[in-house]
Design a protein around this ligand. Structure first.
Ligand SMILES: *Cc1c(COP(=O)(O)O)cnc(C)c1O
Length: 461
């Protein structure tokens, strides 16, 4: 959130904290918005903040987020031991740097890169996407310059179902987004729509492995093959980037035969969020390129490393190292068998939930959780209550199940989305089903609630 910009504030919102509840010794008030003159005891500060945070939702019942909400205590211990390590200090922390490099190697092999580990860690997929997008733009510019052609009107072809980071990329780096529109019943891009938007100024095509709205995989191989065909016909080569923020740690384990990664020659780069199905607390992401050729030299900066040279490609400088260490912990601890087991369990819960919800009557599924363990459902017909009312009702029980509108052109469709992650057990899931059933009954009995204008909220993650 950007603070300091005008926004509505509740009239009741006082400008002082009255923290007597946190500790008996705390009888006075504390200024909220400026640095207090005198400090307070460590325990008091802890209690005060700890208590205030009680109002946050319960992370384990948060079915809105893709981001990891549970890790093993050993991973937490390692992370605590590394809170003080700045991952950019390669010189001071060479062991952490080696671990980061091993993770890049593992991720790039997981995605079938022909070369060993060309890639970097990032704060999450958002930073990773910025880096990959920049490489696409720089490569395109170099191609155009070499051909003595204009390089001032780059465009990127992508669905309007993309995560907001792609809109940011296009705006910040001045690339024209050419959106493939969604249509009722089709919530992914397809080869035909992509091809009709591609031209010599296209820096790349983005395919999503795990659309945030529905959890579906886009038909990456189809789009890729159409681009191969285009190259055969016209000589124009258009590279692909795969946004595998969530699917990158699902498909290799649950759908190993699905070809979406570097096995497809025009796939030049891939991003994945370590803190989603990589099973690490926020924030870590990875970006990998097919080979060195795809990463233009002038994007790489060199820092001194043990008297030697360490190339870096990041937007941030300082960054905590502990998530990277935690990623490595998961890789060693779970291995591919372990990842498969964990993801299969999440998928089993997702398909159980979606099939039971489909049987309830009022709902239609947009997806069923068989790609990534995420699914979305909508109302079959208009009733006196909406998915927003159901979302509110479930919140009364502690469940956070977001309701939102689909992307432009299908934005009249409102859905609920459930993200199944490690920690959502089958048992918890059956409780959720009971609560959905009860809420539906109550909403039905209550008749039409006072008509409320609900502006469709934008999708956050
Ligand atoms: C979550 C997500 C992102 C953004 O990733 P962060 O790791 O949250 O920065 C980008 N693309 C897709 C498809 C996502 O699901």
């Amino acid at each position: 959130m950007l603070y300091g910009v005008k926004r509505a504030r509740s009239a009741r919102e006082a400008d002082r904290l009255v923290p007597a509840y946190a500790r008996r010794e705390l009888a006075g008030t504390i200024a909220k918005d400026h640095l207090p003159k005198a400090g307070m005891g460590a325990d008091e500060a802890y209690d005060l903040i700890h208590d205030e945070l009680m109002l946050d939702g319960n992370a384990r019942l948060n079915l809105a987020t893709f981001v990891t909400t549970w890790m093993e205590p050993q991973a937490e211990r390692l992370m605590t031991e590394c809170f003080d390590k700045n991952i950019i200090d390669k010189d001071e922390y060479p062991a952490a740097a080696r671990i980061e490099e091993r993770c890049v190697n593992m991720v790039s092999k997981l995605f079938h890169a022909p070369e060993n580990g060309v890639g970097a860690s990032a704060l999450g997929s958002s930073e990773a996407v910025m880096l990959a997008g920049m490489a696409l733009k720089w490569k395109w510019k170099a191609r155009r310059k070499a051909a003595k052609q204009a390089s001032d009107r780059p465009n990127l072809v992508l669905g309007n179902n993309v995560q907001v980071v792609w809109e940011k990329f296009c705006r910040y780096w001045e690339v024209e987004p050419r959106y493939v529109k969604m249509a009722p019943g089709r919530y992914t891009i397809n080869a035909e729509e992509v091809l009709s938007r591609v031209d010599e100024n296209t820096i790349g095509v983005v395919g999503i492995l795990g659309v945030t709205y529905t959890g579906e995989y886009e038909p990456i191989q189809d789009v890729h093959d159409a681009l191969v065909d285009l190259k055969k016909r016209t000589g124009l080569e258009v590279p692909m980037h795969v946004d595998a923020a969530s699917g990158g740690f699902i498909a290799p384990f649950l759908q190993p035969k699905l070809t979406w990664d570097f096995r497809l020659p025009l796939v030049k780069s891939i991003n994945v969020s370590g803190h989603k199905y990589g099973l690490v607390y926020p924030g870590v992401g990875w970006v990998v390129w097919r080979d060195q050729d795809e990463l233009p030299d002038d994007l790489v900066f060199h820092v001194n490393y043990l008297g030697g040279d360490f190339p870096t490609f990041t937007l941030n400088f300082s960054r905590p190292g502990n998530q990277i260490i935690a990623q490595y912990y998961n890789f060693l601890r779970l291995g591919s068998d372990g990842y498969r087991r964990v993801q299969q369990a999440s998928q089993d819960v997702a398909t159980y939930l979606s099939s039971e919800i489909a049987k309830m009557g009022p709902f239609d599924l947009l997806s069923d959780g068989t790609d990534i363990p995420v699914f979305a459902f909508r109302m079959k017909k208009t009733r006196a209550w909406t998915v927003y009312d159901l979302s509110d009702k479930l919140r009364e029980k502690g469940w956070l199940v977001p309701a939102y509108t689909m992307p432009p052109d299908v934005e009249d469709i409102s859905v609920l989305r459930v993200v199944c992650r490690e920690g959502l057990s089958r048992d918890l899931a059956s409780n959720l089903l009971d609560d959905i059933e009860r809420s539906v009954k109550r909403l039905g009995k209550a008749g039409a609630p006072a008509p409320r204008k609900r502006k469709g909220s934008a999708l956050k993650c």
